[in-house]
Design a protein. Structure first.
Length: 227
């Protein structure tokens, strides 16, 4: 039995350094993402009364694009973790993974809801356990079930640290919002990259264990039973 470990401080420091070195890119990225969310919603409200069918189509199109952009943001964060140059075009390169991501999100949501109904605590544990499923879909193109299993594997023994890490990043973004909102242009990229850094660290540790001769069946067993 193995557990995964990571340094919260190092993840945040890496995210901060990456943000400072690419601040211009991140500012443009956040503006573009914001416009992608705001403009279709604005247009939908304008045409809703006179063209309800068109409003529905705009809403559906906006939803699809927002899902693709969510995956694109993850891809960009992973590129920075790999010290590769990211581009705005990366936001729209994950269209082929759309249905896998949606299916994974639905399964993830159902798992968390069931857990919350079971006295809340299981829902919190399971939300952390399967948190990284989108990263596996984006990076490896695996299906939703496999992505959930892989997330379960790499978070084994690290759930408490991940919970505290999530709270810490939430506080960082709260501070950014309190700084006249402008601070979010620094804190959002920092936390975005920090999460990708932790994913990279935990994945590398899991692969190292697998490379040391741990069988696939054993790993799958961890994914099914690990808490």
């Amino acid at each position: 039995m193995t557990t995964q470990k990571f340094s919260k401080g190092e993840a945040i420091r890496f995210g901060w350094r990456t943000m400072k070195s690419n601040l211009g890119f991140f500012i443009i990225l956040l503006i573009v993402v914001g416009l992608i969310y705001v403009i279709p919603d604005f247009i939908e409200k304008l045409v809703r009364k006179d063209a309800p069918l068109l409003a529905i189509l705009i809403h559906l199109g906006s939803w699809v694009i927002s899902i693709v952009v969510q995956m694109g943001v993850i891809k960009i964060a992973l590129r920075f973790c790999d010290e590769e140059e990211a581009e705005l075009g990366d936001l729209f390169t994950c269209f082929p993974l759309f249905f896998k991501y949606v299916a994974g999100s639905i399964l993830y949501g159902l798992i968390v809801i069931v857990g919350l109904l079971l006295l809340i605590i299981p829902g919190i544990i399971w939300s952390i356990k399967f948190w990284f499923f989108p990263y596996f879909i984006v990076e490896e193109g695996v299906g939703p079930i496999q992505a959930l299993k892989k997330s379960s594997l790499i978070t084994r023994g690290a759930k408490w640290d991940l919970f505290l890490f999530g709270l810490l990043l939430g506080l960082i973004n709260l501070l950014g919002a309190l700084c006249l909102v402008i601070g979010l242009f620094a804190t959002v990229p920092t936390t975005m990259v920090a999460w990708a850094y932790v994913y990279r660290e935990l994945s590398a540790q899991a692969k190292a264990v697998q490379g040391d001769g741990v069988s696939t069946d054993r790993i799958n067993s961890w994914g099914r039973t690990g808490v």
